[in-house]
Design a protein around this ligand. Structure first.
Ligand code: HEC
Length: 123
């Protein structure tokens, strides 16, 4: 019984940590956006757009044209409208997500704030 509960907590803990660490009663808009960016009910955005939306190489291969790359684009400067449009559409590589406009706004705001903090030398 005790063991079962412990395992349950261990499984939950990576997802629950933003809730546990928050000083406030509820997680902040920034933390909410960070959580959604990492766990958007599907493949994590970080896998293809990097930790802060800076973009990254997803795959490298060689074909008749030589060395080729598949990259996730830099999305730090996307407007909210552009993000909503991108996330509600179908793409070749990027999966389809089912996030609400509010959730997309949280991700958008997180990326903007993260970039600002990084540029000013904060975490
Ligand atoms: C499997 C890799 C992958 C994942 C996961 C992924 N993306 Fe993408 N994303 C791409 C690629 C590649 C493109 C360029 C369009 C295409 O070819 O799919 C793109 C395009 C975009 C664009 C539009 C960029 C532009 O130039 O207009 C936005 C915004 C975006 N992604 C945000 C997100 C967010 C937010 C998440 C998480 C909810 C996410 N993506 C998850 C690979 C990914």
């Amino acid at each position: 019984m005790m063991m079962k509960r412990l395992i349950f907590l261990l499984i939950l803990s990576p997802f629950a940590s933003p809730f546990v660490n928050a000083d406030e009663d509820f997680i902040s808009h920034y933390e909410y956006g960070q959580m959604l960016y990492s766990y958007p009910r599907g493949v994590s955005c970080t896998e293809c757009h990097g930790e802060t939306g800076e973009g990254k190489v997803i795959a490298e291969f060689r074909d008749i044209h030589g060395k080729e790359q598949i990259t996730g684009p830099d999305i730090r400067n996307k407007t909210l409208d552009e993000m909503i449009q991108a996330l509600n559409g179908y793409h070749d590589i990027m999966p389809r997500y089912y996030l609400t406009d509010e959730e997309i706004k949280a991700i958008h705001d997180f990326l903007k704030e993260k970039t600002k903090r990084r540029n000013s030398g904060r975490k």
